[in-house]
Design a protein around this ligand. Sequence first.
Ligand code: HEM
Ligand code: ISQ
Length: 154
Amino acid sequence: IAFGEEQEALVVNSWNVMKQHAADTALSFFLKIFEIAPSATQLFSFLRDADVPLDKNPKLKAHAMAVFTMACESAAQLRKTGKVAVRETTLKKLGATHINSGVIDEHFEVVKFALLETIKDAVPEMWCPEMKDAWGQAYDHLAAAIKEEMKLLS
Ligand code: HEM
Ligand code: ISQ
């Protein structure tokens, strides 16, 4: 399915609403991942090392927001160029972080599902199949780029 202005707008508009509740969105995203694959949350060092509750963890919020922001930027790039553009240095770092943390390809499906469920819960009045598809495409392209980088490093 084509990725045009409508698809980009579905992603950007919903993100603009969600980011006004960044802390809630971040926590709900992480809890979804935990629900689907509890063992995957063990991969996060900022939780293994944490001495504050989940909802007070500053790294959890910052990192979770980064995932949404990157998917949103990926949507803008998809619309403009038909592919994902992440800075080479950023991509290298992401590949390394994920490989070194023990992330495997299957985890990307878990995170995708959690991301979509989080959006659905955060903006139920905006949610529709087209929005799900637009976020799904933006995420898939980004995930493919990170997985490719991980493959080069392993
Ligand atoms: C770290 C984004 C998929 C687990 C990070 C960071 C970002 C990020 C921005 C911080 C990087 C850094 O500190 O250098 C993304 C994006 C993803 C994705 C955009 C998909 C498109 C996944 C998946 C998993 C995962 C599928 C597996 C559950 C982790 C872990 C860390 C991390 C364990 C390291 C956290 C730590 O211990 O500090 N990710 N991620 N990520 N991500 Fe992801
Ligand atoms: C990092 N990578 C993927 C998903 C995440 C969710 C919450 C916090 C950090 C993350």
